[in-house]
Design a protein around this ligand. Structure first.
Ligand SMILES: NC(=O)c1ccc[n+]([C@@H]2O[C@H](COP(=O)([O-])OP(=O)(O)OC[C@H]3O[C@@H](n4cnc5c(N)ncnc54)[C@H](OP(=O)(O)O)[C@@H]3O)[C@@H](O)[C@H]2O)c1
Length: 265
């Protein structure tokens, strides 16, 4: 099987998203980086973002070197809503005045058994996984609606619809993301803004690099038999952001190797 790095290094340029601008949160690494690189390879001008300036700059540079258009912005999405609103404005400004595609990817998954989750972890899960996407959509979706078009893709998780005995609050934030997706599809869809979710399965990223054994264990017995590659999630995001998905509103597309559909234990 080809690796994530190999696939990202050999993306074929096309014009699926030519003329569109995109803000991808948490794109300085992991799934978000793959999304930014795939959207850029299809012609979108992309804002790469994260807390770490050097990492965001590195991804933007890789996109530019591959022939794409990208800008790096830093932002902490765990910050106060006013700061997240200001970040949305900065993204619009560097993209020439409008964000056509918003990918709410940045997310954290701290915590394990319910009784061990700390107060700080509870706060950061709420602020990063639910509040920040809400603030970004509240800021950018009305502007998309005013222009009559836009696409928002939220990153959920296979864990939103399956009970696991070692994590409860993180999957609940992702279930909230799925429900927000349906509500936003209803709220903005008639004005030209499509909102959908991509739900990854166990995906090998920096965020879980120390848990590769657990990832392999989770993927064992699924139809795919191996952890998801970030680029696989990115292909699905590109599809949902594109005009080919014109009639898809409020959907959740699983890119999880079949784990949610077939998991028996
Ligand atoms: N990996 C999986 O198995 C898996 C499975 C299902 C769903 N997901 C979801 O997929 C998304 C991406 O996961 P991932 O595994 O790719 O994560 P990751 O490897 O930990 O990367 C997270 C990205 O988000 C940024 N980020 C984290 N906290 C941030 C904050 N407070 N403000 C701004 N940026 C922040 C990070 O950049 P900086 O460090 O530079 O800030 C990085 O670019 C998340 O929503 C996650 O819940 C992941």
């Amino acid at each position: 099987m080809r690796t994530n790095e190999d696939l990202l290094a050999s993306l074929t340029a096309d014009t699926t998203l030519a003329g569109r601008t995109a803000l991808v949160t948490g794109s300085s690494g992991g799934i978000g980086e793959a999304v930014a690189r795939v959207l850029a390879s299809s012609g979108a001008e992309v804002v790469v973002s994260g807390r770490d300036a050097a990492r965001a700059q590195g991804v933007a540079q890789a996109i530019v070197e591959a022939g794409g258009r990208a800008h790096a912005l830093t932002a902490d999405l765990d910050a106060e809503p006013a700061d997240v609103r200001a970040f949305a404005q900065r993204a619009e400004d560097v993209l020439g005045g409008s964000v056509d595609i918003l990918v709410n990817n940045a997310g954290v998954y701290p915590g394990s058994f319910t009784e061990t989750v700390t107060d700080d972890e509870m706060q950061t899960l709420w602020a990063t996984n639910i509040r920040a996407p809400h603030v970004l959509v509240a800021t950018l979706a009305p502007r998309m609606a005013g222009r009559g078009s836009g696409a928002i893709v939220n990153i959920g998780s296979w864990m939103a619809r399956v009970g696991v005995p070692y994590k409860a609050l993180y999957p609940a934030t992702k279930a909230a993301v799925e429900q927000l997706t349906r509500a936003w599809a209803a709220e903005y869809g008639a004005r030209g803004v499509r909102v959908n979710t991509v739900a990854p399965g166990a995906t090998a990223t920096r965020g879980n690099a120390t848990r590769s054994d657990q990832l392999a264990e989770m993927a064992k017995g699924t139809p795919a038999g191996a952890p998801v590659r970030p680029v696989d999630v990115a292909y699905a995001v590109r599809f949902l952001a594109s005009d080919e998905a014109a009639f898809i509103h409020g959907a959740t597309l699983d890119v999880d190797g079949g784990i949610a559909a077939t998991r028996l234990r």
